[in-house]
Design a protein around this ligand. Sequence first.
Ligand SMILES: *[C@@H]1O[C@H](CO)[C@@H](O)[C@H](O)[C@H]1NC(C)=O
Ligand SMILES: *[C@@H]1O[C@H](CO)[C@@H](O)[C@H](O)[C@H]1NC(C)=O
Ligand SMILES: *[C@@H]1O[C@H](CO)[C@@H](O)[C@H](O)[C@H]1NC(C)=O
Ligand SMILES: *[C@@H]1O[C@H](CO)[C@@H](O)[C@H](O)[C@H]1NC(C)=O
Ligand SMILES: *[C@@H]1O[C@H](CO)[C@@H](O)[C@H](O)[C@H]1NC(C)=O
Ligand SMILES: *[C@@H]1O[C@H](CO)[C@@H](O)[C@H](O)[C@H]1NC(C)=O
Ligand SMILES: *[C@@H]1O[C@H](CO)[C@@H](O)[C@H](O)[C@H]1NC(C)=O
Ligand SMILES: *[C@@H]1O[C@H](CO)[C@@H](O)[C@H](O)[C@H]1NC(C)=O
Ligand SMILES: *[C@@H]1O[C@H](CO)[C@@H](O)[C@H](O)[C@H]1NC(C)=O
Ligand SMILES: *[C@@H]1O[C@H](CO)[C@@H](O)[C@H](O)[C@H]1NC(C)=O
Ligand SMILES: *[C@@H]1O[C@H](CO)[C@@H](O)[C@H](O)[C@H]1NC(C)=O
Ligand SMILES: *[C@@H]1O[C@H](CO)[C@@H](O)[C@H](O)[C@H]1NC(C)=O
Length: 587
Amino acid sequence: MRQQSHAAVAALAATAKAATLADVCTVSNVQAALPSNGTLLGIDLLPSVVTASAVYNASAGMGSTATYNYCNVTVRYTHTGKNDEVVLKYAFPSPSDFENRFYVSGGGGYSLSSDATGGLAYGAASGATDGGYDAFDNSYDSIVLKGNGSINWDATYMFGFQALGEMTQVGKAITPSFYGLSNDTKIYTYFEGCSDGGREGMSQVQRWGSEYDGVVAGAPAFRHAQQQLLHLLPATIEHTLDYNPPPCALDKIVNATIAACDPLDGRTDGVVSRTDLCMLNFNLSSLIGESYYCAEEISTSLGLGFSKRQVSKRQAQGSTSSYRPAQNGTITAQDVAVAQGVYDGIINSKGERGYFSWQIASDLDEASPTYNNETGEWDLSISSNGGGYVTRFVELVDADNLSSLDNVTYDTLIDWSYIGMTRFLNSLQTSFADITDFQASGGKLLHYHGESDPSVPAASSVHYWQAVRSVMYGDLPDDQALAAISEWYQFYLVPGAAHCGSNSLQPGPYPQDNMNTIIDWVENGIKPTALNATVSSGDFSGEVQQLCQWPTRPLWHGNSSDFECVNDKASIDSWTYTLDAYKIPIY
Ligand SMILES: *[C@@H]1O[C@H](CO)[C@@H](O)[C@H](O)[C@H]1NC(C)=O
Ligand SMILES: *[C@@H]1O[C@H](CO)[C@@H](O)[C@H](O)[C@H]1NC(C)=O
Ligand SMILES: *[C@@H]1O[C@H](CO)[C@@H](O)[C@H](O)[C@H]1NC(C)=O
Ligand SMILES: *[C@@H]1O[C@H](CO)[C@@H](O)[C@H](O)[C@H]1NC(C)=O
Ligand SMILES: *[C@@H]1O[C@H](CO)[C@@H](O)[C@H](O)[C@H]1NC(C)=O
Ligand SMILES: *[C@@H]1O[C@H](CO)[C@@H](O)[C@H](O)[C@H]1NC(C)=O
Ligand SMILES: *[C@@H]1O[C@H](CO)[C@@H](O)[C@H](O)[C@H]1NC(C)=O
Ligand SMILES: *[C@@H]1O[C@H](CO)[C@@H](O)[C@H](O)[C@H]1NC(C)=O
Ligand SMILES: *[C@@H]1O[C@H](CO)[C@@H](O)[C@H](O)[C@H]1NC(C)=O
Ligand SMILES: *[C@@H]1O[C@H](CO)[C@@H](O)[C@H](O)[C@H]1NC(C)=O
Ligand SMILES: *[C@@H]1O[C@H](CO)[C@@H](O)[C@H](O)[C@H]1NC(C)=O
Ligand SMILES: *[C@@H]1O[C@H](CO)[C@@H](O)[C@H](O)[C@H]1NC(C)=O
């Protein structure tokens, strides 16, 4: 039986390979491949508006010089009885390049990916969706309200998880038939994304688990309400202390913390590979009195770090000009109080924890005030990621930022998180910890997070991994639970790395090969034990490090490359939080 179906598939595959792109890339071939109404419940395809055209010698993917030939397809559908219209784009590789794969790429910020060609490099068909709210041109936050007080729930669910799940279902239904393969041909299905793209990946694992064979999720911006409110923490601290630190003082605190904590992992290489040891052993107060200097800065570029661009709107913001005078001073107790408060996270007036924060040694850019040319003072800068979340998602008024933090306390941040969490628990929060459906259908999950991420805290990923472990394997002894989960879900912290990329302040390793790793795991059963990551700058540039699989942590010996992954209970405990400011458990 098994042999027979392999032979049948091989024969059909041979037919498929014989076809040219021009043969298959026709409107009628796509129309014939559409699942008939009723096959995918709730999805009615609209055959009359299919488009298909061959694209030759296209470049695909940033920084790649490879070119591809593919079939550029658009398909539209309506939700049964709704009269809406969702536009899907697909890119089908030439029959000779197709390797029975389907690939989905995550977007970033409040934008879904609008590029359907990401799979071509892997011999995969791939797709993108406009979510039914014109997502190729709109970022979701700009249309979340139909008017003040009126939430666009259709767009909310589509952005939250549904649009990508449906795009994948339709794509997987079309793909075999498009190539003339039997409709039960196995199509290996992958998702890859970081930041909100990582959240989207987790949304697929949680809500469409059986559709995917392999998911690579980086720095997921999940636990959405708490994540967005965390962006308001730095300004709330400064407003509460009535002190706006010079940005140069914060930069110096970060640099000096990196220098002090770098050796704690056993090797002085410019990277704090153990922020846990830094948190347990380093006291920021020791930096009081150190001097700093930053030259005058006139920047006409975006002037924003990658993390901020990630969460900005799709539309180009245009260049903004910002000015900072030369800053020359010494770190004060107030500067340290701000930095310490940011790293401590959101704690309410009773001392209970509302959220954890970025790891110590992460860049403190989100706490930087803006310079006021008129007064010559540093002014409070309210993050629009946090402020815009409060106005649109909590207060439900169509404004893109809060105008002030008057009367806003740490308790307020937690109250707002609670409102946002409960309101969008089933759409944006993306924190369901029971992912049995994904696991039981054979899915493999590769989850990673830059340990010095200054936008989405690394502890957020640890907290989710811990939640899945306790929800799915709570009754197993520790070692058995670990063995069981790592069969299908592996989590890696990336030492020194920032948000979805390497970190100019810490020249550390970054994994570049995640898709090959997950393909090998899914299709060849090669289960990773570590993640290869290459150092791209600094004294160790070119070194390939084997990242430790959580919960083990890296430790070097004798400042050499002699290195091991250790189990360190005190370190793990430092990453373990109970969010006890809430009366319900927060996964
Ligand atoms: C599926 O349903 C839609 C909407 O009801 C309709 O426009 C379309 O023609 C149907 N497709 C087929 C193949 O009948
Ligand atoms: C694509 O590039 C190849 C190799 O450079 C060339 O032979 C071919 O004519 C090109 N095809 C088209 C449609 O431009
Ligand atoms: C793909 O097809 C759509 C619809 O016809 C068209 O708007 C788009 O420009 C095409 N893309 C490419 C790269 O040819
Ligand atoms: C494949 O096609 C057959 C015949 O059209 C149909 O009965 C079957 O349900 C289809 N299977 C899938 C997985 O779509
Ligand atoms: C911090 O370190 C970075 C990178 O080494 C450097 O560019 C910057 O000037 C330093 N800032 C301060 C205030 O020391
Ligand atoms: C850090 O040092 C300051 C000043 O010496 C001290 O007051 C504080 O308690 C220390 N913090 C910790 C966590 O040890
Ligand atoms: C910073 O200020 C100190 C004390 O006023 C001065 O000695 C030093 O030269 C200044 N540094 C720079 C780079 O201007
Ligand atoms: C701020 O003042 C500086 C120095 O006077 C000047 O060079 C700069 O252009 C001003 N920037 C803005 C944005 O007004
Ligand atoms: C958000 O609003 C505050 C207060 O008006 C302002 O300081 C801040 O620059 C704004 N942020 C952005 C990104 O617009
Ligand atoms: C919606 O609320 C915002 C913020 O309060 C206000 O500026 C705007 O005028 C309101 N829009 C309408 C149509 O009432
Ligand atoms: C802050 O609270 C005070 C006292 O309750 C109140 O008078 C004021 O209007 C509040 N400000 C804002 C911006 O809500
Ligand atoms: C990772 O790197 C090691 C050592 O350089 C190499 O042997 C191994 O094949 C690599 N693994 C993957 C998945 O690339």
